[in-house]
Design a protein. Structure first.
Length: 767
């Protein structure tokens, strides 16, 4: 009754409807033109995770994980020359003045805090590694080299082979010049323009890494997404024309689907959101879903016209027939995407809002506007003249999947594939599976810079800090420092840890110096006064202690940030905590870039299963409401579950870890895949309830919906397969996964669904 009322309202006021949609499109289109790429570090981390609470609590004293590392290298392999050191000083000074850089944490050979200490006859002597009166002559260069070795900074501030020197700092959350949240993409552009652009020459090379730089490179690569979006639209348009053979009817579903993307982007900007580079693929998915539903509508209208209806009558009938199954499919998509809001990571929540808004507006653009626009068109004679039963032989062949023998074979094969996929999916890792930035190709400038820094320095940029919390002046108590030292030793010997440093490490070196450099004294003094003397010379700017010596991080440099490396280290930290922690000494995870990754990986692992329950729960409830049948719901949902499991197995095979950027793809795949099954089953159930047997019902469903289902599955798969040529590794991975899910979900709806129906509707199959 409600549907008939809607039909009368829309089609009796067609011109008004078109005008209203046009006005909304113009307004939201204007808003969409103002949308900007928006990326921030905190959006990518689970701020309420216990590790991140520790991270945020101590980030002011010990820096965060949002660092910038600039390795300045001499192309001839020797930094001890005037031209190189001038370039290094220029990089240091320029970085200091870039807005958003934490100036107190800028560190290089030219930092006042980069000092050396040596034992002399009268005790200790020391000073800055590069003296204030440095002239860059042969004698001064020799002094600098000697001071570097005395300072023990080879492998940290200077590369092992003396070919490079490091300039590093941390980024602020707020840009002090604008008072607004720091723009990571703008920061990346500043680093390229102000650092690499000014100081890289034929004698000096500059290598920059860090979250902001990585996001900037991703954003640059994401600009190609517009080109791939255009290619996908062109491919889709060609395929739709081949399917429909009408230029006007080809334009309509493309136009309405593109309109949905415009509405989505306009609404995002109106709500105050930007578009994150890591979720820039979502508008294409919205377009793909829109095309899928648009083709179903055009296909249905064409069939009604072929039966002798006028275009107006065909559009009215198709609107009534498809509003419920199409609406339920799109609501399933929307609710499924909204379940991602339960994951406490900003970028995933934004993706959930972006995707659900886009899919929700398809209900209006493709289920309401499209049939209204189609009613103005005089359908091509060629389209009307297609002979009845053109594909009947194919549909009869596919309808045999409902026969008990064939169905049994299909279900056995499906069970085998599911078992294989399930056990393979258990091997899927939580976290990154490669060194460097997984969003970029290994040959990208960013990952090449990462490899150079990892190769030439004894430390890596993958740092995990365990924060030691103890009583005031804790570093003067032997029992505290001894436990810190034992904890550090335990972790330094974990596989994947490159090196480790803490206050206890430096205190032992100072103790050796106090005792004439005798290595026998490289230990922690038991006397509080001696221990205080060993730690008093260590400045808070070293990042090894706070002002009252109650907080002391243990800094662990990892070989990489692969999932198994971080997982193994976190496990070792928790085991050591149980053994060495007391009421007065707490070892808290975690800070540093690897600490953030550890928290993120745990949040993703914890959210994985609930997310799937929520997604499938939403789909099941809406299918039950739509079909009022448990059998029909099982027939739609079970193939989706099999395909999701196989997709996880494919991720394992391709070495794609489950991360913040890949986890939503599974939910998106379920949302897109459910459409096929709902459209086919809605027609099939209608025939079953009319008294037809299962095979005939499935044949009629294929005759009504089969062409559109096969077409959309193939078209969308071809469209995303072009992503294999993207400059972004994660877009290549997403293209492979989505191509797989588009195709296999379509095959699941055509092959597995009727086999399940044969089992569930056995009586109908016997008629």
């Amino acid at each position: 009754m409600l549907i008939k009322t809607l039909e009368k309202f829309l089609f009796k006021r067609r011109s008004l409807v078109v005008i209203l949609f046009s006005i909304v499109t113009l307004v939201l289109g204007y808003q969409a033109t103002k949308i900007q790429l928006d990326a921030s570090f905190t959006k990518n981390i689970p701020l309420n995770h216990e590790y991140m609470k520790t991270y945020m609590k101590h980030s002011a004293d010990f820096g965060g994980a949002n660092g910038i590392y600039i390795s300045v290298c001499d192309r001839d392999g020797n930094i001890f020359n005037k031209e190189f050191l001038n370039a290094l000083k220029g990089v240091h000074d320029q970085l200091f003045f870039i807005p958003g850089i934490n100036r107190t944490l800028v560190k290089s050979l030219y930092s006042p805090s980069t000092r050396y200490i040596e034992v002399v006859e009268d005790g200790f002597s020391g000073g800055p590694v590069i003296p204030a009166d440095f002239k860059a002559n042969a004698a001064d260069l020799a002094v600098v080299k000697e001071n570097i070795e005395k300072a023990g900074i080879v492998g940290r501030v200077v590369s092992d082979d003396y070919s490079c020197a490091m300039v590093s700092s941390q980024l602020l959350e707020i840009n002090p010049e604008t008072g607004k949240k720091l723009d990571s993409i703008e920061m990346a552009e500043s680093l390229e323009r102000e650092i690499r652009g000014k100081f890289e020459t034929d004698k000096v090379s500059v290598h920059i890494i860090g979250f902001a730089k990585m996001i900037g490179d991703v954003a640059n690569g994401a600009k190609d997404v517009v080109m791939f979006f255009g290619i996908a639209i062109a491919i889709t348009a060609i395929m739709v024309w081949i399917f429909i053979r009408s230029i006007q009817l080809t334009i309509l579903p493309i136009l309405c689907s593109f309109m949905a993307v415009v509405w989505q982007l306009g609404m995002l900007n109106t709500l105050g959101f930007g578009l994150d580079p890591m979720s820039i693929l979502v508008p294409f998915l919205v377009f793909a879903i829109g095309v899928s539903h648009g083709v179903q509508m055009i296909n249905s209208i064409g069939k009604r016209v072929h039966e002798g209806n006028t275009a107006y009558q065909a559009c009215c009938t198709s609107f009534c027939k498809l509003l419920i199954p199409g609406g339920i499919a799109l609501l399933s998509d929307t609710v499924g995407f909204l379940t991602l809001l339960t994951i406490d990571i900003g970028i995933i929540r934004e993706l959930a809002i972006t995707a659900s808004l886009g899919v929700a507006v398809i209900i209006f653009t493709n289920l309401f506007l499209l049939p209204v626009l189609s009613s103005f068109i005089d359908f091509d004679k060629q389209f009307k003249a297609q002979p009845e039963g053109t594909h009947d032989n194919l549909w009869r062949a596919l309808a045999k999947f409902t026969e008990p023998k064939n169905a049994a074979i299909i279900l056995v094969i499906t069970a085998g594939l599911f078992a294989f996929g399930y056990f393979k999916s258990l091997e899927m890792k939580i976290g990154d599976m490669q060194a460097g930035a997984p969003a970029l190709h290994s040959e990208s400038r960013y990952n090449q810079d990462t490899m150079l820094i990892t190769d030439r320095y004894a430390i890596s940029t993958d740092v995990l800090k365990v924060i030691v919390e103890t009583r005031d002046s804790g570093c003067t108590y032997h029992d505290v420092m001894e436990r810190v030292d034992r904890f550090q030793w335990r972790l330094a010997n974990v596989d994947g840890v490159q090196s480790a440093i803490s206050l206890s490490t430096v205190a032992k070196i100072v103790s050796t110096g106090v005792n004439e450099g005798n290595l026998k004294w490289r230990s922690l003094p038991r006397n509080p006064q001696s221990l205080a003397q060993s730690s008093a010379r260590i400045e808070t700017s070293s990042g090894l202690l706070n002002r009252n010596c109650s907080i002391m991080p243990i800094i662990l440099f990892l070989e990489d940030h692969k999932a198994e490396t971080i997982e193994g280290l976190v496990k070792a930290v928790k085991e050591a905590k149980l053994e060495l922690e007391t009421d007065d000494i707490k070892f808290q995870l975690a800070s540093g870039s690897a600490g953030v990754m550890a928290a993120t990986n745990e949040a993703v692992a914890a959210a994985q299963t609930p997310m799937m329950w929520y997604v499938y729960g939403a789909v099941i409830i809406l299918c039950l409401i739509s079909f009022r049948s448990v059998k029909a719901t099982i027939s739609v949902v079970l193939p989706l579950f099999v395909v999701s499991t196989l997709a996880q197995a494919l991720m394992t095979y391709l070495q794609i870890g489950l991360t913040v950027s890949t986890m939503p793809v599974i939910a998106l795949g379920v949302g897109i895949g459910v459409d096929y099954g709902i459209y086919i089953l809605s027609t099939m159930v209608e025939s079953l309830r009319a008294g037809r047997n299962l095979t005939e019902s499935y044949f009629l469903a294929l005759k009504e919906r089969g062409s559109a289902v096969l077409f959309t599955g193939l078209t969308l798969a071809i469209g995303v397969s072009t992503w294999a040529f993207s400059a972004l590794k994660f877009q290549v991975d997403m293209g492979i996964l989505l191509t797989f899910m588009f195709l296999v979900n379509m095959l699941g709806a055509i092959i597995i669904l009727p086999a399940l129906a044969s089992l569930l509707w056995r009586k109908k199959n016997q008629k």
